[in-house]
Design a protein around this ligand. Structure first.
Ligand code: DAU
Length: 351
């Protein structure tokens, strides 16, 4: 089995949800002794500035845009990265439905800038690695009873998914055309600490705490394959160390849950932790009009990463959810801070 060692890592979007968790993860790993530069634009989705998730003399935060070619090239020249782990992206499907342009900028033009910098600064000696964090949404809806593997056809059906598919194709093209050493990770829905309260789980928790309605699109029976973010971070780290260059890997659990079942479970967990009757929360559930282009089901087969890197998720859905609910209840200030002005304006305009 390959065992790569990466010492000078550029992480993009390290103040976002998965990036924040990933930074905390690698700095807690005994087999990482290197340094990290985190390039993050600090958009509405970034962890609030007053919240310092990581302090280390081997960590440098740079506020800036991955589309800024000069900045990206200056960072490559100065830090001589041997690895890029690319998390930065516009990621919220609802936002992409209301305004796709920003998604094309960050998710397509942004990755181009990074790939071009790698091509310019990296020698073709196989010493470097570009890992691209992508999504299961690029494959479109998974039929009932099926788990998509890495051979699934691309069929993105909302603007967000389309920009991630474009990014995946660019990454694959740079491998085939320029032999750039790349790995693509297609992940299912992550959940856990530090997720922006525009996404289902933190939004439901925040609304429960504020006694606001819990809006579920359509009949609430859409299914997602949920992976605890710490398990997803462990998978990415395994790919950095052991993934095969030029390959794509799915990251998920292969088990799905309907949105309504998930929200009812959250109501039960919050009721237990706040010593309230569960009906206080369940009565807040409202079925609202369907999200445009809403895919019914996503589910991935992740046996390739399991076999090739010996990664396995270590949290069951219930264990991950318990930890997640406990984290948000203990960090209600974080939830409220993350609900910044931009988000409020957006919500008022679009709901
Ligand atoms: O599948 C991976 C993808 O998961 C990631 O690539 C995306 O970046 C991430 O945003 C997520 O996309 P989803 O659209 O699945 O996540 P979201 O949390 O927005 O919604 C999860 C499900 O819950 C989906 O079926 C829509 C539904 N939903 C969501 C919200 C925010 C509701 O019914 N009501 C809501 O208010």
């Amino acid at each position: 089995m390959i065992q790569r060692k990466k010492e000078k890592i550029l992480i993009t979007g390290g103040r976002g949800f998965i990036g924040t968790n990933f930074l905390r993860y690698i700095f807690s790993q005994a087999d990482f002794s290197g340094s990290v530069v985190n390039l993050d634009k600090m958009t509405y989705a970034a962890n609030p500035s007053s919240w310092q998730p990581l302090v280390s003399d081997k960590y440098l935060m740079v506020e800036g845009d991955i589309c800024d070619q000069k900045l990206v090239e200056d960072l490559f020249a100065k830090h001589q990265f041997d690895c890029v782990i690319h998390f930065a992206a516009e990621s919220h499907v609802d936002r992409s439905i209301h305004g796709p342009a920003e998604f094309v900028d960050s998710n397509v033009r942004g990755i181009m800038t990074l790939l071009e910098a790698c091509r310019k600064f990296w020698k073709p000696d196989g010493q470097n690695l570009f890992v691209h964090m992508s999504t299961d949404e690029v494959f479109g809806p998974t039929p009932e009873g099926v788990l998509f593997d890495e051979q699934a056809c691309y069929a993105p059906r909302n603007p967000y998914a389309a920009t991630k598919a474009a990014a995946d194709h660019l990454v694959a093209a740079y491998f085939h055309t320029y032999q750039l050493p790349v790995i693509i990770a297609n992940s299912t829905n992550n959940y856990g600490a530090f997720q922006h309260p525009e996404k289902l789980i933190p939004l439901m928790l925040l609304n429960m705490l504020q006694q606001k309605e819990l809006p579920l699109y359509g009949d609430g029976k859409h299914e997602r394959d949920w992976i605890f973010v710490e398990d997803a971070c462990a998978a990415i780290w395994k790919l950095v160390q052991r993934g095969k260059v030029g390959e794509r890997y799915n990251i998920g659990t292969g088990k799905t849950c309907k949105n309504i079942e998930l929200v009812e479970t959250l109501c039960e967990m919050v009721a237990a932790q706040t010593q309230q009757d569960v009906s206080v929360y369940k009565n807040l559930i409202r079925f609202i009009s369907e999200r445009k282009g809403h895919d019914r089901r996503y589910a991935l087969n992740s046996s390739k990463i399991q076999v090739e890197t010996s990664w396995n998720p270590t949290h069951s859905f219930m264990q991950g959810l318990e930890k997640t609910v406990a984290w948000y209840l203990a960090n209600q200030d974080w939830l409220k801070l993350s609900q910044n002005q931009d988000y409020q304006l957006w919500l008022n305009k679009n709901y």
